[in-house]
Every structure is written in C-alpha cells, then in structure tokens.
Write a protein that binds this ligand. Structure first.
Ligand code: PMV
Length: 329
C-alpha cells in the first residue's frame, strides 16, 4: 500500500482502465459511522472500481449523465426535483471546475447500488471529476480531486465528515478522523486479508436525512450522545490495535467489537427491521459478527465470516442479496 502522501500525488490518469473507463472506489465502514461526524476516528475500506465513468462529446445542447444500473438519466436542460437536482448540481460544479463548456455526455457503470451506505455518491463524484479532468486535459492529483468531491458531497449531504470522498479517492484501508485543523488519514496494513460479506437490505437509506436526525437527537441530549460517540471512538481505537498485529487478525476479538459497534448504532436509532433481520439470519448461517455500514435506516450490512457461502445461502432464503469483499490493507 502506498503511503497517504504518495497517494495524494497520484493522478487521474492512473485510474483509467484499459477500455477507457475512469474508476473510483465505493467503501464500507468497519467502525465509526456517525460518530466520525462528531470528531471520533473511523476505520473504512475501499471497494475497488465500484463506479466507472466515460465522457464523450455530446451533440445535444446541454451536458447529461446516465447511470443505467440506477435507472437515472439527467440532462442539465431538464427541470427536475429532489435528488435529480442534486445530481445536476454536482455535474454543473464539476464541469465548471474544469471549465468544460462544450456539451458532454457521461456514461456511468455502477457496480454498487446507491443510497445503500456504500459511498456511491462520493464514488460517482470522484469518478466524474477524474473523467472530466482528463477530458479537459488536466491530469489532476488525488488531493485536488478529493477536495472537489468533498464540495460535491457537501451539496448532496450538507455536513459530511469527508470519509466517503477520501475513501472513494484513495481506496485501501484507512483510519479516518475529522479534526478542527483538517482531516487525519492513516493507511492501515493487515498481515493477512480479511473476508467479509456485504448484504443488501433492499431498503434505501438516505444519508442527509439520517445524519440530520442524529444531529437533532444530539442537540436534545448532548451528554448521552457524546458518551455514545466516545464509546464508538473507543471501539475504533481497540479495533485499530487488533488490526495492527503482524500475525493474523484475531477474528473473535474483532467480531466482538463489530457487534458492540452495532449495539451503539442501535442505540443511536439508525438500525431498522431489515438490518436486524439480516444480522439474525447471518448469525444463524455462521457469521462471526455484523453491523450496518454507512448511515443506516436501510442500506447495507457488513458481515465478518469465514463461511461466506453458508451465510449467503441463509440470506438468499429471504431474498437478501449479498456480495463478497476481501480487505487486504
Ligand atoms: O451512507 P453513506 O455511504 O453516505 O455513509 C455515511 C457515513 C456517515 O458517517 C453516517 C456520515 C459521514 O459523513 O461520515
């Protein structure tokens, strides 16, 4: 794994696949969603090539973007409402940033669902930024792309921690913390890869809404919620120590921390019936541990398991789809 400084200097052109698509990572959060917004550390890992983008000149009057898997197609000429307007604004911001004035069309190949806690909006912002940078003849660095993607995330989510755009940009396994002075990102390395399943609840989770609800709860009872965030921060610190060993990670210990993190998220009120159902089925199928990943209220569940086929089968019986990821660090 490259050091963070080296990764920051890496250029957009190194994310172009042989077939001309420009990629960015999705992400899973192993520890610390929500508490990371309040300054606690989090641990997250990138999902490689989760979103890829290709740009071409358009013969239409205005620029446009189409994302087949999400069934979304938006032109800057359309009069739209809701999340489609956010996408238009993100596209406008990136085009303006790279001074792309002629109409272009962006085709998006998305391997992850959106509104599922897998960092799809940040991956989209990073992949579009890299692709448009290259189209405009500017081989931007990750540092520049990350800053622009953070601005896009602010448009989409209001008060993002910056974790999603950083992971979308850098990939790998990171400890992330938002400090008053900026962001502290530390690359973590694992002696041996870890296997997880990502299960999809089939219910969309909306980051801006969930983060705003948690904020209201925090404003009403800061003592209780600060204590909860502190506990989640402590779990992250303990997990970092477990992951840092130079032998194989102790999965029983790691699993206990994952389950305790889920208990905190439950207390925060961001779990839901579908997530709990997945956790129960997965545990019966032999998973060591599990927690929601991302903002919750639906979305995805991260399951630690060495028996992934059994767990997948248990989940499939209730029509929950899942996919495997290996975190190498
Ligand atoms: O649901 P996602 O993939 O956008 O992840 C959100 C993670 C939070 O910690 C809840 C918010 C943030 O900005 O870090």
């Amino acid at each position: 794994m490259l050091e963070f400084e080296q990764l920051g200097r890496r250029r957009a052109s190194s994310y172009v696949d042989g077939d001309g698509w420009v990629g960015a990572c999705g992400k899973v959060i192993l520890f610390g969603e929500h508490s990371v917004v309040y300054g606690q550390p989090a641990i997250a890992a990138g999902i490689e090539r989760a979103v890829r983008v290709r740009v071409e000149r358009s013969t239409e009057a205005c620029s446009s973007i189409s994302i087949e898997r999400w069934n979304i197609s938006v032109s800057l000429a359309d009069k739209l409402h809701g999340s489609a307007v956010l996408l238009q604004n993100v596209l406008k911001l990136i085009c303006r940033h790279f001074a792309v004035e002629q109409p272009v069309h962006l085709s998006v190949d998305a391997q992850i669902p959106h509104a599922s806690g897998l960092g799809a909006s940040a991956a989209l912002a990073v992949a579009c930024s890299r692709a448009l940078a290259l189209f405009a003849g500017q081989d931007s660095t990750n540092e520049e792309i990350n800053e622009l993607a953070f601005a896009c995330e602010k448009l989409a989510h209001g008060n993002p921690s910056g974790l999603d755009n950083s992971l979308a940009c850098y990939g790998g396994l990171f400890r992330f913390q938002r400090l008053h002075s900026g962001v502290d990102l530390k690359a973590l390395s694992l002696a041996q890869p870890l296997n997880f399943l990502v299960a999809l609840s089939g219910k969309q989770g909306f980051t801006a809404k969930t983060v705003a609800r948690v904020r209201q709860l925090w404003l009403k009872n800061k003592t209780l919620y600060d204590e909860l965030f502190e506990q989640m921060g402590e779990l992250t610190r303990e997990a970092e120590a477990i992951l840092a060993v130079d032998t194989a990670v102790d999965k029983v210990k790691l699993g206990k921390l994952i389950n305790r993190n889920q208990a905190c998220l439950r207390q925060l009120g961001v779990s839901c019936a579908e997530i709990e159902d997945i956790l129960e089925l997965a545990s019966a199928g032999g998973a060591t541990a599990g927690k929601l990943t991302g903002s919750g209220d639906g979305g995805a569940v991260l399951l630690l398991s060495d028996h992934r086929a059994d767990v997948q089968q248990a989940l499939a019986e209730k029509a929950y789809s899942s996919f495997s990821i290996t975190i190498a660090g």
